[in-house]
Each structure stands twice: as structure tokens, then as C-alpha cells.
Design a protein around this ligand. Structure first.
Ligand code: ASP
Length: 335
């Protein structure tokens, strides 16, 4: 690991900070890439990065790169967790949450519980670029999207319809009524695409998009469109994106926490671990992951609850597209 970042603390100082947050005192190595670069979560990360990369390689903006990356996943016909044809709510409707940050101005746009419009991240970008608002939700977000020229169309396909019918036939209530803390294994499925890019001009963009939780209560908005919860960034520090049980994670603003620790000089992996540990220390059992990358290209991640080691993110720069598997070991679950 290179330690050339300005303000980077020495190992002793990191150990002291780690001790103060209850972390393991031993800092771990994280990777580092030269810019421009793009990082994207999960198994759709490599494909999303490849879609974004020509924008960055051609000198384009991180904003366009993140929009390309996330649109790629939102429009994948077989992707169940993000975009149309995926994760229906309790009454069988698919609704979308998304947010985007443009680093140079720290301007944000987001949509929550967006209905009947496919490219949620692009609608979020319109909120950012065309309005003074930060978050627009529900049917009004749909009306806003249509006003901005987006097509209104069904987000249901055969797969999401079949998934909902199978679940509805069981006659059970959504797990969102179950008592907390919840066992990570029992929570219905969920995933988020989160992308962070820095372009050749050194400008940062962070975004994410999701359908949220399977069979959620209608109207539910998760962590993804909330700044500091599902995603956060700071032009002078870097960005972080979250995935997992957003209903728990958004109570702790874990991506804001991660970026603020990185601002103090903590490597991304340790910062992400500390942000998740803040949640597990309060007794929550959940599945959650954070991927983070500094404006200097140092990256790392942490996860809890996916004991099969299932959380990954990918980082693309001039040298290639590297997939990073995040070990579940660093942050232990209580109990
Ligand atoms: N965080 C998302 C939500 O709760 C789902 C996920 O990323 O797994 O809406």
C-alpha cells in the first residue's frame, strides 16, 4: 500500500484511532489504483465498470460514468435485485430508490419509491441538475420523471410477477412486521448497485440504485436515496456506497461515517469496518456491506452477515478491472 496521501496518518496513529473506535488495532492493507477509475458493487460490478470505462478513458466526466454504470445494471433484463423486472413489494409492484452526488459542487439528487420509470439514477440526476430539490418520492417522482421526458412503463416482468405470486401464495405477512433485531438469514432478498468514479480531471461522482427489500411494505424508502446512508462522497476525500439491510443501516449513516473517518486519514477498509461495527455494537444482526475509495485511489470494503463471503466490488482503471471479495471476518456479529 502506498502511503503518499496528504495527511495520511502513521501506523501508530491509525492504531490509536482504531483503539478509540473499538476496532482491531491492526490496520489492514487496502488496494490502490491510479485515476481515472470507477468502482461498482456486487457481481454486476465488472460489467457496469466496463460500460463506464470508455467515458472515463475518453476524458469524460465521472457523472456520466456513474450514470452509465448504474443504467447498465438497471436495464439488465435478468437482474432481479436492481431495476425493472425485479424485487416486487408486498402488493407485487416494483419501486425504485436512487441517488447521485456530484463532487465538485456537492450537489445531490435522489428519488424514493419511484414507480413505472426504468432509469432511476437518470431521474435522480435530473432532480440534481434541473431542480433545487434533493429528493422526490412516490407517484410524484413518477410525474416529475414524465415531466423530464422519461417514459412511463410497467416495471413488472414475468420473473418479478412469478416471484411475487409464489410468495403471495404462501399467505404470509411481509417480514417487515417481524420484531427486531432480525436474524440476517431470515430477511428477504435485497441488493444495490453503487458506483463511485473519479475522472481524469479529478472530479468525484457517487451514485446508487436499488429496488430495496423484497416484499417491502408499499411506500417504503430504504437507505439508498438518503445522503450519508446508501451513498456519500466528498470531493476532497472520496466516496462510499452501502448495500444490505437499509432499514437498519440508514439509522447510522454508515457511508457518511466511512468518508469522515477517511477524511481523518483512516484507510477505506478500516473506515468501512468501523462504520459497520458502530451498528453491530448496538446489537443489530443484519447483512450489510460498504465499499469505499479515496480520491487518491486507495480502496477497501467491509461486510457483515454474508458468511459465505458473498459481497464483492470491482475497480476499473487503465490497468484493468479487478474484482475484490470482501471477507466477512473483520466485523463480528454480536451473540
Ligand atoms: N440497501 C438496500 C435497501 O435496503 C438493499 C440492499 O442493498 O441490499 O433498500
Amino acid at each position: 500500500m502506498k502511503t503518499s496521501r496528504r495527511g495520511f496518518m502513521g501506523a501508530a496513529a491509525i492504531a490509536a484511532t482504531a483503539a478509540g473506535t473499538g476496532l482491531r488495532a491492526q490496520p489492514k492493507e487496502s488496494g490502490r489504483v491510479d485515476g481515472p477509475f470507477v468502482l461498482t458493487t456486487w457481481d454486476f460490478g465488472p460489467g457496469a465498470n466496463e460500460t463506464a470505462w470508455p467515458v472515463l478513458a475518453g476524458g469524460g466526466s465521472a457523472l456520466d460514468a456513474v450514470e452509465h454504470s448504474i443504467n447498465h445494471v438497471e436495464l439488465l433484463p435478468d437482474e432481479y435485485w436492481v431495476g425493472y423486472g425485479g424485487v416486487p413489494n408486498e402488493v407485487g409492484e416494483t419501486t425504485l430508490d436512487a441517488t447521485i452526488l456530484w463532487g465538485p459542487t456537492h450537489d445531490w439528487g435522489g428519488v424514493g419509491c419511484l414507480k413505472r420509470v426504468k432509469r432511476a439514477i437518470s431521474v435522480a440526476r435530473k432532480v440534481m441538475e434541473e431542480t433545487q430539490h434533493t429528493l422526490i418520492v412516490g407517484d410524484d417522482a413518477t410525474r416529475f420523471a414524465v415531466r423530464m421526458g422519461f417514459e412511463e412503463t410497467s416495471l413488472t416482468n414475468l420473473r418479478s410477477q412469478a416471484a411475487w405470486e409464489k410468495w403471495a401464495a404462501k399467505g404470509v405477512k411481509t417480514d417487515a412486521f417481524d420484531p427486531e433485531p432480525m436474524d440476517a438469514d431470515r430477511l428477504a432478498g435485497h441488493d444495490t448497485v453503487g458506483s463511485i468514479a473519479v475522472d481524469a480531471h479529478g472530479n468525484l461522482c457517487v451514485g446508487c440504485s436499488t429496488n430495496g427489500r423484497e416484499f417491502k411494505i408499499p411506500g417504503r424508502v430504504g437507505d439508498s436515496p438518503v445522503p450519508g446512508a446508501g451513498a456519500y462522497g466528498d470531493q476532497f476525500v472520496g466516496g462510499a456506497v452501502a448495500t444490505g439491510n437499509g432499514d437498519v443501516m440508514m439509522r447510522f449513516l454508515p457511508t457518511y461515517h466511512t468518508v469522515e473517518l477517511m477524511r481523518q486519514g483512516m484507510p477505506p477498509q478500516l473506515a468501512a469496518e468501523a462504520a459497520l461495527k458502530r451498528i453491530t455494537d448496538r446489537g443489530y444482526k443484519f447483512s450489510g456491506g460498504i465499499a469505499a475509495i479515496g480520491i487518491d485511489g486507495r480502496y477497501g470494503g467491509a461486510q457483515v452477515g454474508w458468511d459465505d463471503g458473498g459481497f464483492s466490488f470491482s475497480v476499473r482503471n487503465r490497468e484493468g478491472n479487478r474484482r475484490v471479495w470482501v471477507s466477512p471476518e473483520p466485523v463480528s456479529q454480536p451473540g
